[in-house]
Design a protein around this ligand. Structure first.
Ligand SMILES: *[C@@H]1O[C@H](CO)[C@@H](O)[C@H](O)[C@H]1NC(C)=O
Ligand SMILES: *[C@@H]1O[C@H](CO)[C@@H](O)[C@H](O)[C@H]1NC(C)=O
Ligand SMILES: *[C@@H]1O[C@H](CO)[C@@H](O)[C@H](O)[C@H]1NC(C)=O
Ligand SMILES: *[C@@H]1O[C@H](CO)[C@@H](O)[C@H](O)[C@H]1NC(C)=O
Ligand SMILES: *[C@@H]1O[C@H](CO)[C@@H](O)[C@H](O)[C@H]1NC(C)=O
Ligand SMILES: *[C@@H]1O[C@H](CO)[C@@H](O)[C@H](O)[C@H]1NC(C)=O
Ligand SMILES: *[C@@H]1O[C@H](CO)[C@@H](O)[C@H](O)[C@H]1NC(C)=O
Length: 482
């Protein structure tokens, strides 16, 4: 009899312990994943693992991100808009000595204060010209991954440099291994080493998938043999490889007992690059633009135990800056005052009204464009970007390149309009510019934008520095040149 009672008692004891401990947090970021590139929206996609998590969790239908990569990662790590950290203009290209300024406290730094173990596997892209800007100096106990973007998925070479590290060391065994496989393997190793009942884990998993270059093992491409366009076929295969990696990781989370007390957040970092395999329908525009197709992220949250409401579509406005305070709240702490992010925990877990009624899509004083949302209205100042159309799912070879030249004759917009106004609630696909119809609204929105601009920190976007050249670092992208 005792033999049967004992495990039951142990179970109760551990359940008690685990609920006293701050929840495990897994933050998964997909790179360049389009709005319409997920199975829960588009039946063309084969993403059974993501679909299962999304449909059993909470699908976020108005979760906004920045138009490109580094700025969104900045939001996730700090809770500040990039126009407050100097990262509003473009991504940090390999030779540019740009960085997330060291005086901003990062999410893993805050979580460490609460006793979390913090691990990162994947893409950093927040600066590496000096060691102090790299992940293990920014709050992560360990870092396995790469500093830049757009490297080869197998050789991990970008331009002339190898870019893959374990902590501060160059990690050569990654050479030849397909990126999502290494990321999943390393994540699983971490899960095997952390005791889910005695430690709280923050696992940040910014995948390389599904950013260009378009590369995938053939078995994933074969899933989509009915798609004639090669770029799209490979891209979709890459999405399925990402899905499999997430499935492998969540299986271990479950097997090891993390799921009893865990929140999983999944988000893309920007809209899909329609010129590189992605699709954002029905939304307008693509990655790099201020249109909804550039800024509405494919996103969901999942938890076995922490969400009060599950299996529903949440339509409340959430912005990438909000994850910082929201995840801190889940961990049992409050963020520092003054950050841009807002706590969205009850919005997500109980479907209460979002405290966020406005947000800044971006303010880029170099590109001379900006966009803000106030209530249902969106104001765009200057050009929204180069890809202004509604790009169809590519079917035949070549059709994908429609927007690639930047000329966009099919969907040309009148760039003489300095301001555009859309009602996103009535017109989520931005077909109807109503600036002429509602000049008073435009005026109010312009005033609001002017308010936001008062706190703009000029973009820190210095010219490329030849001292970064991998030839000075045994053929690797390495810190030490700023
Ligand atoms: C979800 O977002 C899409 C794209 O913006 C929009 O078309 C749709 O109406 C939204 N769904 C709901 C229920 O609000
Ligand atoms: C970081 O330093 C910059 C420049 O000195 C300053 O403008 C900014 O307010 C600081 N931010 C934080 C969060 O300390
Ligand atoms: C997932 O796990 C299976 C079984 O171990 C393995 O064959 C596959 O390569 C893994 N996939 C990824 C993307 O890591
Ligand atoms: C829990 O972790 C602490 C340190 O993090 C360690 O000293 C202790 O032995 C661990 N307890 C168990 C039961 O693993
Ligand atoms: C969530 O809230 C919205 C807006 O109040 C409502 O329309 C919807 O039915 C709610 N869904 C659930 C599952 O509570
Ligand atoms: C865009 O169109 C112009 C005028 O037709 C042409 O001269 C230019 O080469 C095009 N740009 C690209 C990148 O194709
Ligand atoms: C330089 O890189 C090569 C691989 O490209 C590696 O085998 C070698 O160990 C590296 N040398 C040093 C000093 O790190």
């Amino acid at each position: 009899m005792m033999r049967f009672l004992f495990p039951a008692l142990l179970g109760i004891l551990f359940a008690g312990l685990s609920s006293a401990r701050p929840p495990h947090i897994v933050l998964i970021v997909a790179d360049d994943l389009g709005w319409n590139d997920v199975g829960w929206r588009n039946p063309q996609m084969y993403t059974p693992n993501l679909d299962k998590l999304a449909t059993n969790g909470v699908i976020l239908n108005s979760s906004y991100v920045q138009p490109v990569c580094s700025p969104t990662r900045n939001c996730l790590m700090t809770g500040y808009y990039p126009y407050h950290t100097g990262l509003q203009h473009d991504v940090i290209h390999p030779s540019i000595p740009g960085f997330l300024p060291a005086n901003f406290t990062t999410l893993p730094q805050k979580l460490k204060e609460l006793g979390y173990v913090t691990h990162m596997v994947g893409k950093w892209h927040l600066g590496f010209c000096n060691w102090k800007y790299t992940p293990t100096f920014r709050g992560f106990d360990t870092f396995t991954g790469y500093y830049n973007g757009a490297e080869d998925y197998y050789t991990h070479v970008r331009g002339d440099g190898y870019d893959f590290r374990f902590n501060t060391d160059v990690y050569h065994p990654a050479d030849g291994e397909y990126s999502p496989n290494i990321i999943a393997q390393r994540a699983i190793t971490i899960l095997d080493e952390v005791d889910p009942r005695n430690e709280s884990l923050f696992l940040y998993l910014p995948f390389q998938s599904v950013h260009a270059p378009l590369e995938v093992p053939e078995k994933y491409e074969r899933i989509y043999s009915n798609i004639h366009n090669k770029d799209r076929r490979i891209y979709c295969g890459m999405v399925s490889a990402l899905d499999e990696a997430v499935g492998n990781i969540t299986a271990v989370l479950r097997k090891r007992g993390f799921m009893d007390n865990l929140l999983l957040v999944f988000t893309s970092d920007n809209g899909g690059p329609t010129y590189s395999g992605a699709n954002n329908l029905p939304l307008r525009g693509a990655k790099t633009t201020l249109w909804e197709g550039g800024t509405k992220g494919a996103s969901f949250v999942y938890s076995d135990t922490l969400l009060k409401k599950t299996k529903y579509l949440n339509t409340e406005i959430i912005h990438a800056v909000d994850w910082f305070p929201t995840l801190l709240r889940v961990a049992g702490a409050a963020p520092d005052a003054g950050i841009d992010g807002m706590d969205m925990w009850s919005t997500i877990s109980e479907n209460t009204t979002s405290p966020r009624t406005e947000f800044v899509y971006n303010i880029d004083e170099i590109k001379k464009n900006a966009a803000i949302r106030v209530g249902d209205y969106k104001l765009i100042e200057g050009s929204a970007g180069a890809f202004n159309g509604w790009y169809p799912l590519p079917t035949v070879e070549g059709s994908l390149q429609a927007g690639w030249t930047g000329n966009n004759t099919d969907h040309a917009i009148d760039t003489s309009d300095e301001y555009r106004l859309y009602n996103i609630k009535d017109d989520p696909t931005e077909h109807f510019d109503i600036a002429d119809k509602y000049p008073d609204v435009v005026e109010k929105m312009k005033q609001r934008l002017a308010e936001y601009k008062k706190s703009l920190v000029p973009a820190n976007y210095p010219p490329p520095d030849p001292k970064s050249d991998p030839k000075y670092y045994n053929g690797t992208w390495s810190p030490g040149w700023c």
